[in-house]
Design a protein around this ligand. Structure first.
Ligand code: XMP
Length: 514
């Protein structure tokens, strides 16, 4: 797809994905690359602009991430943010040193509104600062275009060379007019036309898939989650009945989820996906019997999934293409994109499955962020309740049951979770929370119900707010909602006599329990 491109060079900052998202929100396509990316490769990509991210280092220290001077001499607009701003000054002859006062958090900033970067921005606005070092002297040829009370050079520019440096973080929502500043950069400095839109994405993808697949046969593993559902529907719009979708119910889905997925995507539903449902619950429970260790459970679930999928694929015979619902953050987190990569074992990017006889892989959503995948889903007419589904891990309830998994425990956690989700929706909190679920602790304790002694399980409720799922805060759910959920779970779910609410943020916790 021929499209305007802005690239983000990642220097290890925590907001690298946010920068790319904000640029895309301006309808300009944007990708993240490591700062180690070759200059020739950058030239080849022919970007309309380059953004340098923040990072944890001091640019004047030996061995700190850097880039050669030529990056700033190609005539391509460059915007440095935080570390990126300091690096630009440092490389071009300015001075960066430890700041006498460390700035952190929301800070009042005064900007020069005649700068292209600050067009239509208020002269006095609020920005998000987070730095130890500061630019004490701008590089030759640069004018100062913003300052705060502690930071004499909060932004500097050399409009003739299309170089801009901002000490604060416009990509973070706490910078009140940050999106405007990034939009100014892409429109007024890079002169982008802003033609990146979801409807054109869908149209282009359908065309590209048709060209690629021709008369070939395509196999898709459908989990019912947002990404694989959107990928499957996109494929079916493009190639119709050349597509077969296999849905494996491993007995670790949420309550009634298997039937719900079948109702939407199966033969009675609105889509023609050649939907095959495999009920493999017993197989999974047998394999999981007696296994307690979380990574071992993950591995068993993953491997068994492959075995089941393989068997189905054999029945279908050779296919030409296999579809995966990989999305952009998976690519970046797996170390194929940016610099601040965290490799997560649960993402299958990079390691292609070798268990199905196919020639090539198709990843139609590989360039998209989650919110963009949702927009594509809506564009394709997928029902909202599916499109705005919360994330659900591949190993399913297997990692929400601490310790050994069995059918009885699955029933308990499914029922408790269904009640929790129902009450959260009733309280109107479902769109506010990014992920919420019940888990089954492996703890049993003594209680009293009626006049009887009980010795039953404790259920833990979790609800988090997060932007990127890498860090998260436990959500402040009204106590009366929690109490209603607790009462209902104790009354309605046999085997539970205690309910906990998990207050832990991530870090130090994780979102899931295992
Ligand atoms: P954690 O627990 O790592 O979760 O804080 C972060 C996000 O990733 C999801 N998650 C998984 N997704 N396979 C997946 O497909 C997994 O093994 C897995 N573990 C965690 C989790 O639901 C949350 O959204």
């Amino acid at each position: 797809m021929d499209k305007e491109l802005v690239i983000v060079l990642d220097f290890g900052g925590q907001y690298n994905q946010l920068v790319a998202r904000r640029v895309r929100e301006c309808n300009v396509y944007c990708e993240i690359y490591s700062y180690k990316t070759d200059l020739d490769k950058i030239k080849e990509m022919n970007p309309k602009g380059i953004v340098l991210t923040g990072g944890p280092n001091s640019c004047y220290e030996e061995g700190a991430p850097s880039y050669s001077r030529e990056l700033f001499e190609m005539g391509i607009p460059v915007l440095g943010l935080c570390y990126g701003a300091q690096l630009m000054m440092h490389v071009l002859g300015g001075t960066v040193e430890k700041a006498p006062v460390r700035e952190y958090g929301k800070t009042d900033v005064h900007v020069n509104t005649s700068s292209a970067l600050f067009t239509d921005v208020s002269e006095n606005t609020v920005c998000w600062m987070s730095h130890f070092d500061y630019i004490s002297q701008a590089a030759p040829g640069f004018d100062i275009c913003a300052h705060t009370s502690d930071c004499p050079i909060a932004a500097a520019e050399n409009p003739g060379k299309k170089l801009y440096a901002i000490q604060f973080h416009p990509e973070v929502l706490h910078t009140k007019e940050g999106t405007k500043m990034l939009s100014n950069f892409v429109y007024h400095v890079c002169h982008c036309s802003g033609d990146w839109r979801m409807d054109s994405f869908v149209e282009h993808q359908i065309k590209a898939i048709r060209e690629k697949v021709g008369k070939g046969r395509v196999l898709c593993a459908l989990s019912g989650g947002v990404d694989s559902s959107v990928a499957a529907v996109l494929l079916s719009k493009a190639i119709g009945d050349q597509l077969t979708c296999v849905f494996v119910d491993q007995g670790l889905l949420r309550k009634n989820e298997g039937d719900e997925v079948e109702a939407v995507f199966g033969p009675e539903g609105d889509y023609d996906l050649n939907f095959i449902r495999v009920n493999a619950q017993e197989r999974f429970y047998e394999k999981l019997a007696g296994v307690e260790e979380p990574e071992a459970k993950r591995k068993i679930i993953g491997e068994e999934f492959i075995r089941v999928f393989e068997q189905e694929a054999k029945k279908i015979g050779a296919v030409d293409f296999l579809v995966q619902g990989t999305i952009y953050p998976d690519v970046v987190e797996s170390g194929l994109g940016g610099e601040s990569a965290v490799i997560k074992s649960h993402h299958n990017v990079g390691g292609l499955p070798d268990y199905v006889d196919f020639k090539e892989i198709i990843e139609p959503l590989r360039d998209l962020f989650k919110d963009e995948v949702r927009k594509v889903g809506l564009e394709l007419g997928i029902p909202e309740y599916l499109v705005f589904r919360q994330p659900f891990p591949g190993p399913g309830l297997g990692i929400r049951i601490i310790g050994e998994v069995n059918a009885e425990k699955v029933r308990i956690v499914q029922d408790a979770d269904a009640i929790y989700r129902e009450e959260i929706a009733k309280a109107g909190l479902d769109r506010e929370l990014n992920q919420y679920f019940a888990a089954l602790t492996n703890m049993r304790s003594v209680g009293v119900m009626g006049d009887e002694r009980t010795y039953d399980y404790a259920v833990a409720l979790r609800a988090v707010k997060t932007i990127d799922f890498m860090t998260a805060e436990s959500a402040d759910i009204p106590f009366d909602v929690l109490q209603t959920v607790m009462t209902r779970i104790i009354n309605e779910v046999k085997g539970v006599n205690r309910v906990f609410y998990d207050l832990t943020s991530k870090p130090p916790g994780t979102i899931e329990f295992e």
